[in-house]
Design a protein around this ligand. Structure first.
Ligand SMILES: [Zn+2]
Ligand SMILES: [Zn+2]
Length: 393
């Protein structure tokens, strides 16, 4: 993410949340949009794919407390009128580089330089995704972030697992080491932009920057193109990696694996890998946060008289649960430590809810005993005050 990205992009607007949104609200908004725009459900719809990338990028920043703070600070500083310029709010196609970089002399000199340093320090993470290549082609570049997804069995998600992922990403062409020039030749500096890759255009008070037309923003020209990559310096690389999915991931969660994205170029760091996880439902267990849930059938007499019943757990032998006499239908019992493993290694609980079953058929003996029970309890009308309460609203 570059400074320019931070200033041009309104990540809050992308996710449709207010600037005061909580981490939870941000996560909810992201999940909803990620589902809506996911490439898997929108085969070949380029607009939705772009939207998906925007949403993912916004979530990367806003879900990371530190980066969100940097982002907020950058936009606050910018909006407050740095160096006498007040270009307005977000979404403005304004090139910070023009203000504080090459044309600093026209814009107020020293102050601009200082701010350039300040931002350089604040955002010293290298350009992500190779979006605008305004730097020289030989400068270290961070590898692209790579998105992938995986479907996990319920138990795998609860306990963590290792998955094998086939990743396709764009990397430097190996034949020309990413220069785009045929082996034995080297690219030359573009004379139009003098290697900066950018051409500026003045519109009123603001200098807009656009990629140089002659070199398409690369800053370099290739006379003899590499036959393997046809001169663009990029190649698709496919690799298979083993990715460790931590215990406790939830359906729709994004797992970030730092440095597992596309390799960097010219000594730059690798990008990150984001894995969107889908979790298959379990036939018996459900899940709420760190807790597992289960519905356990009990007979009417077990609930009325009390009983010790066996309850299955996700892994291992069933545990014994003491159901006290007079347990109502739907009561939930907590079996400690039989839930989902948390980040700190502790475990959530198993929440077992009893469901009182009513026998569908009765043999003669049971019918006789239940009739007797009915006679013995004839005095207790469970609906005694129901009609009265219904009227006394
Ligand atoms: Zn150029
Ligand atoms: Zn090549």
């Amino acid at each position: 993410m570059s400074t320019k990205d931070y200033l041009e992009k309104d990540y809050y607007a992308v996710l449709g949340v207010p600037k005061t949104a909580t981490a939870d609200e941000i996560k909810k908004a992201y999940r909803k949009l990620a589902r809506q725009y996911h490439p898997d459900t929108n085969q070949g719809d380029a607009a939705k794919e772009t939207k998906f990338k925007e949403v993912s990028e916004a979530y990367d920043i806003l879900s990371d407390g530190k980066r969100r703070k940097e982002y907020d600070e950058a936009r606050t500083l910018f909006g407050s009128g740095v160096g006498g310029q007040r270009p307005g709010g977000g979404g403005f196609p304004f090139d910070f580089g023009d203000l504080f970089g090459g044309t600093a002399g026209q814009q107020g000199g020293g102050a601009g330089e200082r701010l350039g340093d300040l931002f350089g320090g604040l955002f010293n993470r290298g350009g992500a995704g190779g979006s605008t290549r305004t730097t020289s082609a030989t400068r270290p570049r961070r590898g692209q972030d790579v998105e992938s997804e995986v479907t996990l069995a319920f138990t795998e998600a609860v306990e963590g697992t290792t998955v094998s992922l086939r990743l396709t990403s764009s990397a430097a062409c190996t034949a020309c080491s990413g220069t785009g020039a045929k082996a034995g030749t080297t690219p030359r500096v573009c004379p139009t932009c003098e290697g900066t890759g950018a051409a500026s255009r003045n519109l009123g008070n603001f200098a807009f920057s656009e990629p140089c037309r002659d070199c398409k923003g690369r800053g370099l020209l290739v006379d003899d193109p590499c036959p393997v990559c046809e001169g663009n310096g990029r190649a698709k690389s496919t690799r298979t990696i083993q990715a460790r999915i931590p215990a406790g991931v939830a359906d729709g969660q994004r797992v970030k694996l730092k440095g597992k994205g596309a390799p960097g170029e010219n000594g730059g760091p690798a990008g990150d890998l984001y894995i969107l996880t889908h979790v298959k439902p379990h036939p018996v267990f459900g899940r709420t946060g760190d807790n597992l849930t289960i519905t356990v059938p009990v007979t009417f007499s077990e609930a009325a008289l009390g009983a010790e019943i066996k309850v299955p757990i996700l892994k291992g032998m069933p545990v014994t649960l003491r159901v006290p006499a007079g347990t109502p239908n739907g009561r939930t019992f907590r079996v400690r430590g039989r839930g989902v493993t948390r980040k700190d290694g502790t475990k959530g609980d198993l929440l077992a809810s009893v469901e009182v079953l009513v026998p569908k058929t009765l043999d003669d003996k049971s019918r006789e005993l239940l009739t007797e029970f009915n006679t013995a309890t004839a005095g207790d009308d469970p609906r005694a005050d129901l009609i009265q309460r219904a009227r006394s609203e």
